[in-house]
Design a protein around this ligand. Structure first.
Ligand SMILES: [Zn+2]
Ligand SMILES: [Zn+2]
Ligand SMILES: [Zn+2]
Length: 89
């Protein structure tokens, strides 16, 4: 694990978990997802980069929200899209 975590990751003081384990944009489009991520800026839960629609990636690029967590059960990590950096919690 990288000891030098970026300012976005070190600014996260508490973790917001997914309210619902679904990608709301996939549900709207009728597409399916692989894994879910939850935005730590606005608490939106969207699908990961391995999913065909990559909604979280689009969300972070269009809004500038930098940090997401994995919403998968048992996974405890944060990811910063700006710095392409992960951290455990
Ligand atoms: Zn960062
Ligand atoms: Zn999606
Ligand atoms: Zn967001």
């Amino acid at each position: 694990m990288n000891e030098q975590i970026c300012a976005h990751l070190s600014a996260i003081k508490s973790i917001t978990q997914a309210a619902e384990a679904v990608c709301e944009e996939c549900i709207g489009q009728g597409t399916t997802w692989l894994h879910l991520r939850t935005c730590q800026t606005c608490q939106k839960t969207l699908c990961c980069d391995s999913s065909s629609e990559q909604h979280m990636s689009h969300h972070c690029r269009s809004t500038g929200h930098p940090v997401v967590i994995s919403s998968e059960p048992g996974e405890r990590w944060l990811y910063c899209y700006v710095d392409d950096q992960m951290a455990g919690y």
